[in-house]
Structures are given as structure tokens and as C-alpha cells.
Design a binder for this molecule. Sequence first.
Ligand code: J2J
Length: 538
Amino acid sequence: MKPLAQVWPAAFAERYRARGYWRGETFTRMLRERAQRLPDHVAVVGGEQRWTYAELESRAARLAAGFIALGFRPGDRVVVQLPNIPEFLSVVFALFRARLIPVYALPAHRSVEIVHFARTAQARGYIIAARHDGFDYRTLAGQVLAEVPEIAHVVVVGEAGPFTALDALSGTAAALPEDADPSEVAFLQISGGSTGLSKLIPRTHDDYIYSFRASAEICGLTPSSVYLAALPVTHNFPMSSPGVFGALYAGSRVVMSPSPSPEVAFELIAREKVTITGLVPPLALLWLQAAATTTHDLSSLEVLQVGGAKFMPEAARRVRPVLGCTLQQVFGMAEGLVNYTRLDDPEETIVSTQGRPISADDEVLILDDAGNPVEEGEPGNLLTRGPYTIRAYHNNDGANARAFTSDGFYRTGDVVKRTPEGYLVVQGRASDHINRAGEKISAEEIEDHLLSHPSVFDAAVVSLPDEYLGERSCAFVIAQGEKPKAAALKAWVRGRGLADFKVPDQVVFVDAFETTAVGKVSRKELRASLRRRFLETA
Ligand code: J2J
């Protein structure tokens, strides 16, 4: 398959190179260089395993040869759905080494999502763990294969059943291709899916490595830092802000936590002397609560990053007194732009803003609905372009026409205001998704699944404020014929083969939806008015 493109206009690419953002690094060279410089330094810890940089590199090289021997060809796409285990790193570095393109899926994804990613990316491979968190991914792989026979190989970490065991892969290094061109697409990341199904985000070696190299610097990572991957590592935040890749870039140690729960993570923090980790706001609240009574020593923790959804100032203020570390707010997106509060910012900036961009060349526009710049300090729609923000989704002309302006700005869908110091404060969003504890849910996608139920005449899914989750999802449903039970509708959505976090938290039956004299209101207005009326009467 030919390499995928993500193309910046030549003048921009030249500028990003001239300013030293794009340095022609690749994932493969990055790991090789670390393995040469810090061969015996521990790169990753997880479960019973502790691999040095040299070991991680040799495992990746062996697997890369194994992937080629299995029949993959450079350019092939491979869906990677792995939990937080060291093998995630050996697998993806092996894919990079063999010039295969990982497509990242979350452990929570089920057949609907995986089939969609596999089809959209035209994947030829699928890599899973045998089991995780009580779920058997081999069963899921069987369902996916039945729908996407183009997947030639399923590779399993652990007991492989009918598939290929990762451990059994072998091949000769001689068959490996040349290293990638740094401007090539290295992998496909998935979008939060604000409208309809998730879109695929092509990121190049050049642009992504810049984003996590700069992130590692902003977060002060060094070879003596220890990064705990608490959130699922295939998500863009724990992957790159600075995440596991930023940590490896800096020669730090990565600790893979199988769960973000305080019970599991606190023990790892104490044992491995973790210095930095990242959480979504609901988990940060849980950690703050648990820290009060824990017997584990958390004193090594220097930085707690919180992002993915808005962290309220009242909660943010408690981080330093309770955990004794610096809070860093992170406002980022898999499409590119990432904002950080800086470690030495005044406490007030840290608790009340979502940070400022990584790069001096991150262009930020804050526009009103007519597309004109708002007055400084006023809220408006955030648009951005820059050295690590994509110019287009993979193979999706419709979404590209909506999400990007003709001069290449990405419409983030977020409503923000900017402080005089250039820090962004997230006010809300224009798009209609639900940000449930950092997991983005498309209202449209869930409405479609509800509408497939024979007793559903119409459905509108909205976000409601939730004390713990930040937002929860609520489906307003007009029934036809016999009214189903709320639990039955939830089970219906789950049974369609969707990630659990997408099942509506609440179902409210209504007799009719609002229409206006001129006809039906837009779905967007309808959702807004349902939410308003519900909250007024609640
Ligand atoms: C409010 N909303 C936020 C924040 C993200 C680092 C951190 C997060 C993500 C991420 C990421 C927010 N306050 N602090 O990729 O590298 C909402 C916005 C944004 C959307 C992107 C990273 N941090 N958000 O969350 O692609 O609405 O990336 O546009 O999953 O999350 O979601 P996603």
C-alpha cells in the first residue's frame, strides 16, 4: 500500500522545518538512539516485566521481522487495541520499524467501533490482548473478522486461541524495509467523534514527535522522571502529552498501570517512585478523596496533569494541599493543538485556566458565529492551525469540508476565551457531543442506535451536568406502540456492540418533540431545548 499523506502547504512545511519543530526524526531512530545512549536504563515496567531501553528495542526489532514474515507489507494498516501493558510499546515500535501503520483503538471499543476503524483504514491486521478487565478480546476478534474478512491476521498478546500468538512471531531482520520518511503518516489516531462515527486522524513522524518532544520539555521530563500511564494508553493524552512517547523521548521510565483506580495506581506510585501522571477530572476527584486515607507513600509525585474535560477551579485548588504536587491543566485534542499550564505558573493561572499552546507557531483564532474575531477576553469558537495540527482527516471529504476552513484552520468545536497572558479558558463547546469523563460521545451516533429499536419513534441524546462524570448522557425518547423499559433500551444499545461508555446513563420518555411554525427545528436546537426544559424542571 502506498504511504498515507498528511500534507501541509510547502511554505508551512518549510517554516516548521526552519524553526526546528520538524527535525526529521522517526520513531525507529528515536528508540534506537535511546537504546544506544541508555541501554541499561529501565524503559517500561508493567505486571511482572521490566524492560530496559536495549531490551525494548531488541523486542521491537524481533517483532518487526515477525510481522513481515507473517505477510504484512509496508503501508498495511493494523488496528491496535491493547491495554496498558509493556507489549503495547514493543508492538507499536515494531509496527513503525516494519513501516506498518497502527490504528489506535481503546480497550473499551467493541465490534461496531472496531469494524468501523478496520473498514475506514482498510486494515489487514488486528492486535489484541487475550483478556483484559474480565473481557475476552478473542471473541470480539471473531465477530470483527466475520464482518471484515480483509483482516488477514489477528495477533494476540497471551493465549492466542485460533489466532497468532505475539510470542510466536519471528523472522529475519534482513527482510525489514528502509526506515520511514519522517514526513510520512506514522499512525492513525481516532477522533473524539463529535458528529457521527469517529474519524481517523493521520499523524506524521515529524509532527507528532515534535508535539511530544516539546511536551516532555514543558513537563520537565529527564531520565530520572517516572511517568505513570494511568489512562488507557491508546488515548492521545497519555500517549503524547507528554505521555508514554514523551517519557521515552526524554529517556524516562514508563510505568503501565492496568487501571487508573487509586487502589492500583497508588501502589505503583509508591513502588516505582512515580513523578508524573495524567488523569481526567472525575479520576482526579477520586484520587483526591482516596489520598486522604491512603497508607501508600505518594511523596514522589511532582506533577499531576488533568485534562480531557474541564477541571473546575474549586477541585483544582485542592490538588497541591492534598497531594503535595503541582497541578498541570492540559487542554488538548487528538487532531493536534495541546495547551498546558506551565509548572512555574502562578497558582491562580494553574487553577483557573486550561493553559497555553505548546508552540509559538500554534495559530489560535477565537471567532464569533459569523466568523469574525471576538473582542479580546470574550468567548468565541476556537480555530487553530500549526506545526502538529492536522489539515485533514483520513479519507473523509464530508468531515473535512466541515471541520477545516479553506486556509487550513481546524474548527475545534470548543468555545474558549483568552486571558491577556494568552491562556485559554474553556467555556463550553459548539458541537453536540457529550464529554463523559473525558470520553467523547456523539449524540448522533447513539440516536441512530436507539432509532433502530422497533419501539422507538424518535430519540435525541443530550449531555446533562453530572457531579462526578462532569457530563452524563441522557436519551429523550418518543416511544411507538408499547413503551419499552429504560433498562431495555440501554441493553439494546449495549447489545448493538458499542463501547459501554456510550450507553445512555439516563432515558427519559417524552410525548413529542418541539416543532416550530416553520417546521421541524434543527437537531441541535432540539437537543438544546430538551436539555434546557429538563434542567428547569429538575
Ligand atoms: C475542557 N475540555 C477539554 C480540558 C480536552 C491532551 C489532553 C486531552 C486530550 C483530549 C488530548 C480539555 N478542558 N482541559 O488529545 O493530547 C475536550 C475539548 C477538546 C476535546 C478533545 C491531549 N481537554 N477537552 O481530550 O481528542 O472539547 O483529546 O476539543 O479526546 O476534549 O478530545 P480528545
